[in-house]
Design a protein around this ligand. Sequence first.
Ligand code: RTP
Ligand code: MG
Length: 137
Amino acid sequence: MSQRTLVLLKPDAVRRGLVGEVLARIERKAGWTISAMELRTLDRPTLEQHYAEHVGRPFYEPLVEFMSSGPSVALVVEGERVIEGVRALAGPTDPIAAAPGSIRGDFGTIVRENLIHASDSEGSAEREIKIFFPALA
Ligand code: RTP
Ligand code: MG
């Protein structure tokens, strides 16, 4: 089943020079295609929309601060089961709990600075693609 997903390489990934490494892991998956990509410093209104489900949680404000602290790379990836697939490449939210071999497991230690976001369902993917790439919606 071909799907599309919205992926963010977060400011820590860009600052640490890990964009190529992470993109390479996505590009190597059979049949997946990057159909849009942009380097962009995310502003508060964009992040408020993107992280609407987390408003009011204790980690929300520091998350928005971090996510606007420098450029991110936003991309849309298309292909077979790509929603579940990029989440699997990323690993669980807490990088210390993430298995070696996953992006978070290989490169992360801090829960907030966990390198990558990927849509978690078809509904989220369509909602998030509209926020970052309205022309593709
Ligand atoms: P994402 O939305 O970024 O793909 O990550 P996720 O689904 O794995 O995690 P989610 O629960 O949606 O949380 C969104 C992002 O908020 C930061 N976070 N910090 N306790 C904390 O300090 C905490 N919990 C979450 C992480 O950057 C997480 O990816
Ligand atoms: Mg999430």
